[in-house]
Design a protein. Structure first.
Length: 92
């Protein structure tokens, strides 16, 4: 690979990443806590399961708010990014 093709490939990758992080947040989604320790949701009420839809980029905080939760307990992730979990309503 020559230098110019590496630059083009790198630029394309950065554009792809930028597209992955520009999802608009639903009202209240900014306040959703994301936890990975079951003890963090011990005093909470289950709101529902959430999962990243296939071939879509939906912020998991939006899905959590959508089922009435304010905390996301991550059950699956890829490269540190949550792809599935359980939404909980926790006391503030």
């Amino acid at each position: 690979m020559n230098r110019n093709s590496l630059r083009v490939t790198g630029a394309g990758f950065l554009l792809l990443l930028t597209g992955c992080v520009t999802t608009a947040l639903a009202p209240g989604a900014i306040d959703v806590r994301i936890v990975r320790n079951a003890a963090d949701v011990a005093s909470c009420t289950t709101a529902g399961n959430v999962r990243q839809p296939p071939d879509q980029n939906v912020d998991m905080r939006n899905l959590t708010v959508g089922v009435g939760g304010n905390t996301l307990f991550v059950t699956e992730e890829i490269f540190g990014i949550a792809t599935a979990g359980v939404a909980y309503r926790c006391p503030k």
